[in-house]
Design a protein around this ligand. Sequence first.
Ligand SMILES: Nc1ncnc2c1ncn2[C@@H]1O[C@H](COP(=O)(O)OP(=O)(O)O)[C@@H](O)[C@H]1O
Ligand SMILES: [Mg+2]
Length: 350
Amino acid sequence: MSEAIRKSTAETYENKEVVLDVKDLRVYYETPKGDVLAVDGIHFKLYEGETLGLVGESGCGKSTAAMGILQLITPPGRIVTGEVWLDGSNLLAMSEEELRQRRWTKLALIPQGAMNSLNPTMRISQQIRDVIETHEGKKRGDDIKQRILELFKMVGLPGRIYDMYPHELSGGMKQRVCIAMAIALDPMVIIADESTSALDVVVQRVVAQTMLRVKEALGVSMIMIGHDMGLMAQMVDRIAVMYAGHIVEIAGVEELFYKPGHPYSQLLIESVPSLTERKPLKITEGITHDPRNPPPGCIFQLRCPFVMDECRRVKPPIVEIRPHQQVACHLFKQQEDGSIIDVRDIATNP
Ligand SMILES: Nc1ncnc2c1ncn2[C@@H]1O[C@H](COP(=O)(O)OP(=O)(O)O)[C@@H](O)[C@H]1O
Ligand SMILES: [Mg+2]
């Protein structure tokens, strides 16, 4: 794992303040055949200055979680339960107007596919100006131009794109425009949904580095959503692994990569290609159950190589198996003295 661009670790955040606290968020989509339980009770905290990765295969609910946090879910989706605490208030208990004041200024989302949703008929500078003026009112020409050029500089864009249109920019540049928009109002938290996906690998790295530079310069906290575990490992401090609407593990990058706890995390790590070691690629299927009718007990039971009887009946609670690592899996049992045992160790060493 390269340390080149990743500087901090999970430990760095131990004593930091919690900036975003998501509790029991549930978002369902209504369909004629029943509700799709896209996000089914997730909990996590984001610490000051931290970058948290949210990973998991396509369809596991990452984008829905991001939209839910910002209360941007539209029908047929609906937020069923949840609290999202940011700066002392619960976003999910707010009116549309209260939320409007906080989007971009406190919490900015770069939605999935944002770079392809830039308005093709508007100059880049005008689109950033709109974000600023929507919140701060009309600005004088020179001041705002200066401010936009500063934003360009921060994300490594040349001043000459000021008067350009989206189609004149490369994918990487457009993605950096989206980052510039996200930081325009100096938010506390940025959620970037697949911002480095759909770019070629070299550009991915440039965009990733831009994000980290921005993060360090502004001291903003970030949630980076993606499915590329290799890239994530280099960019984030902690990783939350999502499977079928649940967070099954949340751990520091080192912990997750070297000692993944949840069998699904193990599968994800094993599927990261390695240059030094030739290994057969693990075939990973998609989610195997009907998302409208998940089985009782553990959400991963149908794909789990270690499935036990208990997994089919009881939902596993999330337990801390070692510092900076929480896992929702029956393989890990908390003893009366608080210590954790892995039931596989007992089975093999009676
Ligand atoms: N508008 C919708 N109607 C019905 N189901 C939806 C809708 N949008 C998303 N879903 C379902 O919700 C689940 C989570 O989707 P999504 O949040 O986009 O996942 P991810 O971002 O991890 O790929 C998927 O099963 C998807 O099919
Ligand atoms: Mg998505």
